[in-house]
Structures are given as C-alpha cells and as structure tokens.
Design a protein around this ligand. Structure first.
Ligand code: ADP
Ligand code: ZN
Ligand code: ZN
Length: 727
C-alpha cells in the first residue's frame, strides 16, 4: 500500500499541515508528487495537492483511520515546484500551504481545475466514413443546411466562426449529424519560429563577449553593465538561445508599470506568445497567463517578482533585470527574495540565472567576489558616450548666500540653459525616508547612533521629540542646537515633488512641467502615459520620484537635478548608503543616452559623504569594497544572517516583558551553539497603530536559522528572514 501526503486547497489556516491518504492500487501509477486530487475530508470531498508519496504509513496515525484518495485530476504541478515550495516553507518559516499558494493561482486554489478550452464543431465522425450518408430529411431548414454545408467543406470550425443559434446546433448534434469537441486554447507552438521579426541590432564587441561568457558559465551570472550599455539586447540573445532549445525563459523586471518599453520590445519578437504577470491582474487574467506558460504556449514570461513562480516546467533561464531593486523582496508572508528563489530554481531545473544591474546589490557583488557567481562586466555605453558628469553642490553654501530656493544657483542656471537649448530635464526627488532624520542646515551634521552608525530616527512623543536607534534601541532627546556648530537650524529634512513642481513654475513660468509620483501615476496606466508624453517631447521638465530612475530610456534628456541626495542617507538602515549610491547612479544614467551629452547636478548638505562622493565619481567597486568592510566589522549581511520578527501587543509593558523573556531563550541558544550573535528590539517605524504597539526583534547572527531547531516561534510573531528593511 502506498500513502500520499496531501495539502488541502481552499482552507488555508485550518489545514496548514498536510494530511495522509491511501492510494488504492488502481491509482498507484498515476498519482504523482504534484498531482491534484479529490479526497474525503469530514463529510465533504475537497481538492488537494499531493506533496509526498510514502510506502509506509506514518506511525503516529492509526492506519485504519486513513481514508482513500477518491480521484486524481487531470492537472498537476511539476514535482520540482513542490520541492521549491518545501524549501520556501523551510527557509522562510512559513506553512506549506502558504508557499504552495505562491505557485498555484487563486482561481485554481478555489477549485477551477480545468484547462481553458475552446469549442469546435465538425461533421460527426461516424457520418464521415461514408457508410452513413446524411439524409436530407434529417436536416431541417435553410440554417441547418447552411451549417452542414459549411462543416462538410472543412475539418472543423471554431465556435466563433459559426453564425447559428444554440438551438440549431443542439438539434444537429442530437440527430447525430454534427458533433461538438473541446480543445485546449493554449498549445505549445514550434519554438523554432521565434523571433517573429528580424533582430534590430548586431551586438557590439562587448555585448558579444558577455553573451559568450554567459553561454559558457555553469554558475549564476552577475551581469554588471553600466547604464545604457545594452543589457536588454544581451538578455534577448540568451532568451532566444534558450527558446531555440525548446525551453522557456522568465524575465523579471522591478515593476511592470515602469517598463512599458521593454515589454513592447519583447512583444515584437514573440507576438502573443508572451505571458505577462503583475500585481494588477485579476484572478481570471492570472489564470490565463498561468495556462499560457503551463501549456508551453508562451516560451517567455515577463513579470514582476511573482512571475518567478510561473509554471515554466521547461525552464532554461531566469533573468532579474535591475536586480538591485527592492521590489524583488516580498514584504508580506512569505517574505521571500526573488534572487534566492532564482537560485533554487536554477538548481532544480539546471537552468541559467542572470542578475543584471548597473549597481548590483552588495550581496550579489559579494557572491561574485567569492566565486559563487560569475562576474561579467559591460563597461561601455552603446553610443560610447561618457557617463554624465556629476557636479556636487553644497547646500550649506546656498544657505550662507541667502539663496532660500530649493534650487541652488548652479541648478537654476543649468535649467535655464537647457530650456533655451530645447533639451529635456529631469528633477529627481527621493521620497523614501522623508523627514525622518535630523540634519543641521548650516554644517550638515546628522544625528547618528554611537553604536550602530545608522542615523537616529525622530519620534514624536508627549515630552516633545526623541531620537531613537532602530538597531539597538539607543535613545536621546531631540537636539535644539547643532552639537557640531551650535546652529539653531537643525531640523528634519524632506522635500516633496509638489514643492519642486511649484518652484519650477515660479522660476520658469514658460516651461512645460509634468510630475510623476504616486499621486499622478496611481491609475491603472501608471507611469506609461507620462513616460510616453515626456519621451515624445510634450514636456520640458519631468519632476519625479524613484520611478523615473528605473531603466527609462530618454534620448533628449541632458540634465538631471537631484534635489536633495541626503534624504536617503538618513534612513535608519544599514543599507541606506548602498541605496543612495544606487539611486544617484540610476537616475544619472537617464541622461546622455542620445547624442546630447549629459550633466547631473547633485544637491546635498553632506558633500563629503562617502556614498555621494563615490557615486559622483562612478567608483562602484571602491564603494562596495568599503561597504563590505563596514558590514563585516559590524556583522551585517552578507556576513551574518538577519532575521526580523514583528511582535504586536496592546499592553506595552507586557509586550516588552514577553520579548525580553523570549530574547533570553534565544541568547541561550546562540551561546550553547557558540555562535556570535546580536539580538535587539526596538519600536517599529510606525510603532503604534490603532492602540496596538509594534515592536521589532532583530537577530543578527552567524547561522541564525539555528534558533528554529531549538525554539518554537511564539504564536503571532511575524517572521521576516533576510529582511530588506530593518525598521
Ligand atoms: P541598459 O539596459 O544597459 O541600460 P539598454 O539595453 O536599454 O541599456 O540599451 C540602451 C540603448 O542602446 C537602447 O536604445 C538599445 O536599443 C540600444 N542598443 C543596445 N544594443 C545595441 C547595439 N548593439 N547596437 C545599437 N544599439 C544598441
Ligand atoms: Zn551644525
Ligand atoms: Zn544603535
């Protein structure tokens, strides 16, 4: 007798653990790992997925009580995806049900197990062999005659090509003259027909060399290519390689709405045979995209983070474009990182994994440094243009010069010059981390934690202001004068896009300005209409947030103004410098892409900051080396693992006490295992919502996962393994 472990669909939460069922002999050969099955549960019959097959029944269950699987459905998921779900559940400490839900569209989860089918009509088989002639008595009326006439000429006809009522067709079917057949809508085409149109560019020497190296690499690949070095063209070649080999490709982008031009580009080569996954799909649409991939109809999947779970069972390559982007981390349960999923998949499917960026994540750089990844560099821009020159403007001087505008005099002059030349301008405002840090407007001094080298975060409380470190809980009162220069002009920093737009309209009333931020791009078209209009030249100035930094290709932009580069620096997060470097580089990369060269003006109160300095000189490797030293010294990732727990309670004192007790248990575990560690707890960024207090417990340790071998995570502690935000 064989047994199957079955995860029940629908009832997540109630039946998170798999249940055991018997497989009766006649189903033995066809019940596989990944099969969808119908099983009895209490008095009902429910759907489930087989995740394990055993030959002996689990010893803790009475074998008499084990029920039998009633039916095996036609649909299944690949056993390697089941393997992936198990690994996710294990690493990210979530239930199998939750991790399987990543792989199975909601519509299927809710019971829509059938493949999308199309209806065809044809002359009934038994009529066709000639023995039975169609008696004209059977066919009544002109309409029926017409239909039979039509069908006699062809093999079969699609439902949509027949103009007749349901009753007419039904009558013909009942008389046995015609028959109705169903066929899957999506079937695998001949992959050798791709690309559908001629390629646009010959690869240049650098691209060709990169492609060869990718072809030859057995390891995951980091494609470090400066902005506008032509990475997309290399991806396209790799994808075509894979498809020619009858395999499928997954291309991940940070956000679908921000990459319309890339999708359109690939659409030209693959036509409808492209599956698109993104967060705005309805359940029904997602199901259709899922089947396009499952059936092999789509050799190429493009999508944001979750597209990595597309059912490409013939997987040949996974590409993460702009791999440094934070959208690759899911920030709700299960808190997975797409890079990690990519590694697991490339291992299970023996497929390639390519991470591409002009500013790779420090973790990715580190892996290529120690040889886990193959490092490939594209160091030249396609048009051979130099990267734009970045000029740093010290805002402290402006303040002294009594220029109270948010634009420095240098920026004002440059904007004027570019407007006269009819060249375009992007003004970039970093919106993340607004107004959380305290900076001196005279000397640039920032309040940092003496222990953690991250900026302190301002908390308002009944006593006034308090500055808190989100790593160690260090606290001090808000300062009124700058400890460095005694200036009273020490305050929170933060400038919004609206302010910048107003300033533009005030200083340059004739300029045509458009704003791209969460207000102006929140409808379903997102950034695309603004992107298209700006690209076409309908506007002179684009004021935007992070979204303008992501992979946009604008030919006529020759000036970028970074209004306040400091903002991101003060995020109370150990990644804040890395992030600022990436943003400066990415946003600068938007100019000088066409024939017009480009310049960047970067405004800051901290011109000497290492991230700002190295970014302005394009010294990425040097920056990464130094950051790695810092991370190693302070035991941050990738040297130590990081696990973040979020704990919520209504009674603050009880909550703190509870955390204290659990922390002591955790400390013991690390001590017994002789592992270096640090456990801190601090209020969350938004520490009180609707009368409930939010606390984070942050564990930094070598092999932090060891805690799960000895300790049961208390109920209601939310677990984020490898968090991207630590606050
Ligand atoms: P990246 O992603 O590295 O920033 P892109 O892939 O967007 O760069 O390429 C920048 C521009 O160069 C695009 O307009 C692209 O069409 C063009 N391009 C890429 N490769 C070539 C090539 N080999 N010859 C001519 N133009 C190219
Ligand atoms: Zn000062
Ligand atoms: Zn601290």
């Amino acid at each position: 007798m064989k047994y199957a472990q079955v995860v029940i669909l629908k009832k997540a939460g109630e039946f998170d653990a798999p249940l055991t069922y018997k497989i009766q002999n006649e189903l033995n050969g066809i019940c596989k790992i990944g099969s969808f099955v119908k099983v009895p549960l209490r008095s009902q019959e429910v759907d489930g997925i087989v995740i394990e097959l055993d030959t002996k029944f689990p010893s803790d269950i009475d074998s008499e009580k084990i029920k039998e699987i009633s039916e095996i459905c036609d649909i299944s998921i690949d056993f390697r995806h089941i393997e992936l779900a198990k690994k996710i559940a294990d690493y990210y400490r979530t239930s199998l049900t939750r991790s399987l839900r990543l792989l199975v569209p909601t519509a299927i989860w809710k019971g829509k197990l059938g493949e999308p089918m199309k209806v065809f009509y044809r002359i009934a088989e038994k009529r066709k062999d000639g023995n039975v002639t169609i008696s004209s008595d059977d066919i009544r009326g002109a309409k029926q005659k017409e239909i039979v006439g039509l069908l006699s000429e062809v093999e079969e006809l699609d439902e949509s090509e027949i103009n007749a009522s349901k009753a007419t067709m039904k009558s013909l079917i009942e008389k046995g003259i015609i028959e109705k057949i169903e066929k899957p809508i999506y079937v695998k085409p001949d992959y050798s027909q791709f690309p559908l149109i001629k390629l646009r560019h010959e690869l240049n020497e650098g691209q060709q060399k990169a492609l060869e190296e990718i072809r030859n690499s057995e390891k995951p690949i980091l494609l470090h290519g400066i902005t506008s070095s032509g990475k997309t063209e290399v991806y396209l070649r790799v994808i075509l390689d894979v498809v020619k080999n009858n395999k499928q490709a997954i291309l991940l982008v940070p956000e679908i709405a921000l990459t319309p031009q890339m999708i359109n580009y690939f659409k030209d080569f693959f036509g409808p045979h492209l599956a698109l996954f993104h967060s705005k799909l309805s359940d029904g649409q997602r199901l259709i995209e899922w089947w396009k991939v499952k059936s092999g109809y789509a050799p190429l999947v493009i999508g944001s983070r979750s597209a990595i779970f597309a059912p490409a069972e013939n997987l040949g390559v996974i590409i993460l474009d702009e791999e440094h982007e934070w959208t690759y981390k899911q920030e709700s349960s299960p808190y997975y990182q797409a890079h990690h999923i990519g590694e697991i998949l490339s291992d299970l499917y023996k497929s390639k994994l390519i991470l591409g960026s002009a500013t790779p994540r420090l973790e990715t750089m580190y892996k290529s440094k120690i040889g886990d990844y193959k490092y490939i560099n594209l160091a030249e821009r396609i048009n051979k243009n130099e990267l734009p020159k970045i000029e740093i403007i010290d805002l402290r001087d402006e303040f002294q010069k009594k220029n109270f505008s948010i634009f420095s005099l240098a920026l004002q002059n440059k904007i004027k010059e570019k407007l006269e030349k009819k060249e375009q301008i992007i003004l970039f405002v970093n919106q993340r981390g607004m107004a959380s840090a305290v900076v001196c407007r005279d000397c640039g001094y920032t309040e940092e934690c003496p222990h953690c080298e991250v900026s302190l975060k301002y908390h308002k409380n009944f006593r006034g202001g308090e500055l808190v470190c989100h790593y160690c809980g260090f606290k001090k009162n808000q300062v009124i004068t700058c400890p460095e220069c005694k200036s009273p002009h020490i305050k929170h920093v933060g400038i919004g896009t609206q302010r910048v737009e107003e300033e533009v309209m005030k200083l340059y009333p004739d300029a045509r300005v458009v704003r791209a931020d969460s207000d102006t791009t929140s409808d379903k078209n997102g950034f695309e209409p603004i992107y298209n209009a700006f690209k076409k030249g309908d506007y002179d100035i684009l004021v935007g947030t992070q979204m303008v930094a992501k992979g946009m290709d604008f030919e006529n932009v020759s000036l970028i103004g970074i209004i306040l580069a400091d903002i991101g620096l003060h995020l109370p997060d150990f990644r804040s410098h890395e992030r600022v470097f990436q943003l400066i580089t990415q946003v600068s990369g938007r100019c000088g892409r066409g024939d017009t060269g480009g310049s960047v003006i970067l405004q800051t109160y901290q011109p000497d900051n290492f991230a700002i300095q190295s970014a302005s000189k394009n010294e990425y490797i040097e920056f990464i080396e130094k950051e790695l030293e810092f991370r190693e010294k302070l035991n941050y990732p990738p040297f130590h693992e990081l696990i973040k727990f979020t704990v919520v309670g209504t009674d603050l004192e009880k909550l703190k006490k509870h955390i204290q007790i659990e922390s002591e248990i955790l400390e013991d575990i690390f001590e017994v295992n002789k592992l270096p560690f640090k456990i801190v707890f601090a209020p969350a960024m938004i520490s009180k919502i609707a009368g409930r207090f939010y606390y984070h417990v942050l564990i930094r340790a070598k092999n932090a996962h060891v805690i799960f071998d000895y300790w049961k995570v208390p109920k209601y502690w939310r677990i984020d393994v490898d968090p991207i935000h630590t606050t």
